[in-house]
Design a protein around this ligand. Structure first.
Ligand code: 3PG
Ligand code: MG
Length: 401
């Protein structure tokens, strides 16, 4: 892969595909980790005298403009982080983009409006994606791929555009891939993996792969209830993927054969309804119950304190930890303890810890942990999981060619 240093960018229009898909509350950016993560690449191009055109998706708009997914607030924050104005184009490949790009002097930066306001970006049809990539290519002379969080997407700006321009890998992707290599090629043991988040189905591929690599797998978050159910426990009204139970049982069996230790919650915090994440009002019927005695009509929303302690113990002797997915509904203070317990165990421990996934990475920062206490906080959730699954990531393959 070529790096930025291999390219002559002075005076050139350089298209930087970033992942600026940050969590928003209205137009407030609640975690700017992804913006800060790509800033060094942009600053380096600025210093080299490039005209920098930054592009990203935000959320999942349906191929047409949708104001709630505008990148306008991100342009302002990116400017503040870079310490220079960032011009904002109100479209991606239209008149505004053309005018904004034409107006860039060497060392100036522009951000285009959400790539996914255009149906061609995510189209499954090669010709439709290609046509959109052609329009993007017309804006620039050089391509830098640095949107690590989106490299698992076969999208026009990720996959088709680099084939149309001289291209290089940005600083962020280079760092992310270096860390993931360390987890796959030369991992220090014990290697402990913590998985959470809502859906088991999102994690099946990675579990399948890790059953041959990890020493211990801790399961929390909404996905834990499918495991608990598979072990014959009632899970009340908790999230449950009934159709995944056979696969989960097969994994538990294979773990036994491979000597991989699976650790499931022993207690959970429950409520009859999903908490109000906006008002964050205390949950009146909050209760901690044993994982094998969950009451009907209540849903598990976090690990209980005994599980937090158990998980911390299971992390204490680790040399390497990969963590993806929150342990509970950490956005509500009553259900943040499980996520906090795992984050604290990693922050205080000596293991090389990799936190992957937009949600868990944001959780670490939102709960007030010092990022420097972790080995690496990845900007990619799905991307890091698919890398660990051993899949070919379209956005990385495109940069290699
Ligand atoms: C993410 O947040 O997971 C990445 O930005 C990719 O977004 P997507 O899952 O909507 O493709
Ligand atoms: Mg995602």
């Amino acid at each position: 892969m070529q790096t930025i240093d291999d390219l002559d960018v002075a005076g050139k229009r350089v298209f930087v595909r970033a992942d600026l898909n940050v969590p928003l509350s209205g137009t407030d950016i609640t975690d700017d980790g992804r913006i800060r993560a790509v800033a060094p690449t942009i600053a380096k191009l600025v210093a080299a005298g490039a005209k920098v055109i930054v592009a990203s998706h935000l959320g999942r708009p349906k191929g047409a403009p949708d104001p709630q997914f505008s990148l306008a607030p991100v342009a302002v924050r990116l400017g503040a982080i870079l310490g220079q104005d960032v011009a904002f184009a109100t479209d991606t490949v239209g008149d505004s983009a053309a005018a904004v790009v034409a107006g860039l002097a060497d060392g100036q930066v522009a951000l285009l409006e959400n790539l996914r306001f255009n149906a061609g970006e995510t189209s499954k049809d090669d010709a439709e994606r290609g046509a959109f990539a052609d329009q993007l290519a017309a804006l620039a002379d050089v391509y830098v791929g640095d949107g690590f969080g989106a490299v698992h997407r076969r999208h026009a700006s990720v996959y088709d555009l680099p084939a149309r321009l001289p291209h290089a890998v940005g600083l962020l992707i280079a760092t992310e891939v270096g860390v993931l290599k360390r987890l796959t090629e030369q991992v220090d043991r014990p290697y402990v993996v913590v998985l959470g988040g809502s859906k088991v189905s999102d994690k099946l591929g990675v579990i399948d792969n890790l059953l041959g690599k990890a020493d211990r797998i801790l399961i929390g978050g909404g996905m834990a209830f499918t495991f608990l159910k598979a072990q014959g426990h009632d899970v009340g009204s908790s999230l449950l993927q009934q159709d995944q139970i056979p696969v989960v049982l097969e994994y538990l069996e294979r773990a036994k054969q491979n000597g991989v230790e699976f650790v499931l919650p022993v207690d959970v915090a429950v409520s009859a309804s999903f908490p109000d994440l906006k008002a964050k009002t205390p949950v009146a019927d909050f209760e901690v119950v044993a994982a094998d005695a969950m009451p009907a009509g209540k849903m598990g929303l976090d690990l209980g304190p005994a599980t937090g302690k158990l998980f911390a113990e299971k992390l204490a002797d680790a040399s390497t930890v990969f963590w993806n997915g929150p342990m509970g509904v950490f956005e509500h203070p009553d259900f943040a303890e499980g996520t906090r317990a795992v984050a604290a165990a990693l922050a205080d421990g000596d293991a090389f810890s990799v936190v992957g996934g937009g949600d868990s990475a944001a959780a670490v920062r939102i709960l007030g942990f010092d990022e420097k206490k972790f080995g690496h906080i990845s900007t990619g959730g799905g991307a890091s999981l698919e890398y660990l699954e051993g899949k070919t990531l379209p956005g990385l393959a495109a940069l290699e060619n």
